[in-house]
Design a protein around this ligand. Structure first.
Ligand SMILES: [Zn+2]
Ligand SMILES: [Zn+2]
Length: 254
């Protein structure tokens, strides 16, 4: 299985428009972060988790020619605003399967109502088939079991996903022990770490490191990173030896 980090930035991305912050002005490519998303592949199967406002640019940059389904963690705009740009995949492959919590599917249907119109639908509009993800109900994609991991993002429910020995969790602030129990024996855990200072709805760096120490994956990668976390190079030096700051276009094999 290959995991490609399409984007590793928090909701505004890095650089932030108009910002003179040193990290936003950095010439290191690892300090340039599109909105958070990953591309997961095995055999002939290809899936994307979340579809933020940078989706089009990410698909072009990664030279992604096929997406079999999109899995959603939650409905925030930095995870859903790129949905209109699935059209090139629709034109080539037909309806795009969307997987998400029933609340997330409902939210997408309201915000992108033109996609779901049954009468007089504009012929070029995206076409989507929705599948509800229910906690404690793993489902199969491409012959692999996908295990939803339930967590809280402030007060908002979010799903992470475990696929074999890999798990991806973003926009997490709190998670129950019974969900942590689903994360045993991971080779790779990806988890969000916004910045050093605490935040009401995201893990801080220390909270993410504490969580990693609890889950004990072989390796962990941090994502959904704010510019105020600091320069990639500086932050990486402070991390334990099995923890890495993810960066855009990083590809790992599991
Ligand atoms: Zn987010
Ligand atoms: Zn969010």
């Amino acid at each position: 299985m290959k995991v490609n980090f399409l984007g590793t930035g928090t909701s505004q991305g890095i650089p932030i428009i108009g910002s003179d912050h040193p990290v936003c002005l950095s010439s290191d490519n690892k300090d340039k972060r599109l909105r958070v998303s990953i591309w997961v592949r095995w055999d002939d199967c290809s899936y994307v988790i979340d579809c933020g406002p940078d989706f089009r640019q990410q698909m072009l940059r990664a030279n992604c020619k096929k997406v079999d389904a999109i899995l959603f963690t939650h409905e925030h705009a930095d995870h859903t605003a790129g949905i209109d740009d699935i059209r090139p995949f629709n034109f080539r492959m037909g309806e795009m399967p969307f997987y998400g919590h029933p609340r997330v599917i409902e939210n997408i249907k309201n915000r992108f109502d033109y996609i779901f119109q049954t009468e007089n639908k504009y012929p070029g509009a995206p076409s989507v088939k929705t599948y509800e993800v229910i906690n404690d109900s793993p489902f199969i994609l491409g012959g692999k079991k996908i295990i939803p991991i339930n967590a809280l993002h402030g007060d908002l429910q979010v799903f992470g996903y475990r696929i074999d020995d890999f798990a991806y969790l973003t926009d997490v602030k709190t998670i129950e022990d019974k969900e942590i129990a689903k994360l045993k024996n991971l080779k790779v855990l990806v988890v969000n770490a916004l910045r050093e200072e605490p935040h009401f709805s995201h893990f801080s760096l220390q909270e993410a490191l504490d969580f990693i120490a609890l889950v004990k994956p072989e390796k962990a990668y941090l994502t959904h990173i704010s510019h105020i976390m600091g320069f990639h190079e500086d932050v990486q030096k402070k991390l334990p030896e099995n923890v890495f700051l993810a960066y855009d276009e990083l590809e790992i094999t599991i």
